[in-house]
Design a protein around this ligand. Sequence first.
Ligand SMILES: Cc1cc2nc3c(=O)[nH]c(=O)nc-3n(C[C@H](O)[C@H](O)[C@H](O)COP(=O)(O)OP(=O)(O)OC[C@H]3O[C@@H](n4cnc5c(N)ncnc54)[C@H](O)[C@@H]3O)c2cc1C
Length: 383
Amino acid sequence: MATDWNALADTEFRALAARFFDEHCPRELRFTPRRLRWSVVQPWFLALSRQGWVAPSWPVEWGGMGLSPVKQVIYIEEYERSGAPVMQTQSLTNLGPILIARGSEAQRRKYLPKILSGEHVWVQGYSEPNAGSDLANLRTEARLEGDEFVINGQKIWTTMGFDGTHMFALVRTDRSVKKQAGISFVMFPMDQPGITVRPIRDISGAEEFCEVFLQDVRAHRSDLVGELNGGWEIAKTLLGFERVWSGSPRQSLIALARLEKVARANGSWEEGAFQDRYTQLVFDVQDLAAMYERLVRSLSVGKGFGLESSLLKMTATETCQRVTELLVEVAGADGALQGDVEIDGERIDVLTPFLESRGPTIYGGSNQIQRNILARQWLGLPG
Ligand SMILES: Cc1cc2nc3c(=O)[nH]c(=O)nc-3n(C[C@H](O)[C@H](O)[C@H](O)COP(=O)(O)OP(=O)(O)OC[C@H]3O[C@@H](n4cnc5c(N)ncnc54)[C@H](O)[C@@H]3O)c2cc1C
């Protein structure tokens, strides 16, 4: 029988989680500035899986931990404190919760266990050239032929597309109606003819995201999630607690610690001008941490996560950018070097966190789009 983690006292659960992450997560996977390949993180994923600790928010009946909101917060806090890598986000925090909320019983039975066992690695096929912020503009078309959809088109910015065994995608299934009304949500395996995955090199030199070309690709009709032409609503399914991860102050705190090390090593720490800017950033990160804490606590007492999620996303991503900007500036010539540099006997990567902090203001709805949402819905400004 599954352990009832919620029956443990919070302090006991916290100690248990801290110990588990600390003992089992390999040192070399911790506090890495960028996302790691599946082949690298898989052993850690499997260690979590064996413990039944892969999916803290999923219900127990679907193999999750079924944690109460308070216990989920503790899990996230201890996970982040350990520096363990975030992985399989599309499977665990996106598709899984969507299937649990909106999928059919057969889809849940077929796919959820394979996410938890690490057998399936899902990638997200939403964006297309000319369909990013204006996602409803997507043109990849799916035509129903018997029991199968035949899909043609192109996806882009598919994170870790080359690691994917499966894709969940938004496709156009009706051109004759309003844009949003003709979109469906389908799932298909990536190991079939007609799929070409081409990595795109980003500013840090990493090849994390991909273009994915789809030519006569097949998705079984039973792998349509929700109704035909009902994909827009599925994609907008509110994922509640899963979104908490993206507002965490973790990356800003890591960058702040690096900034202090670099500044102490090269003497900037003693300068008044630096101290002014550093102190302001410490306050900014504290503000972010307080906002994060407040929203997480309000979720944990059952309140919704409405427009504040836009505010949190903007604050978290822009704070991190400001810290990493000062980090690069203070590091001087070292700030222009890619990879680890030797600073006061320690190897520190200064440039990668700066480069890696660019993307988060774009994905998950760019910060400009978040500002539009706040302007319209909070301030009542014209759209
Ligand atoms: C690191 C990273 C990982 C990603 N992973 C995935 C993935 O796995 N799967 C996937 O499908 N997609 C992924 N994306 C794509 C992401 O969702 C899009 O980049 C995002 O939706 C923005 O779309 P776009 O790049 O086409 O920019 P555009 O929509 O062309 O926007 C360009 C600029 O114009 C601004 N802008 C656009 N419209 C407005 C407006 N109405 N008002 C004000 N400003 C506006 C934007 O804010 C932005 O600054 C990823 C992106 C990044 C950076």
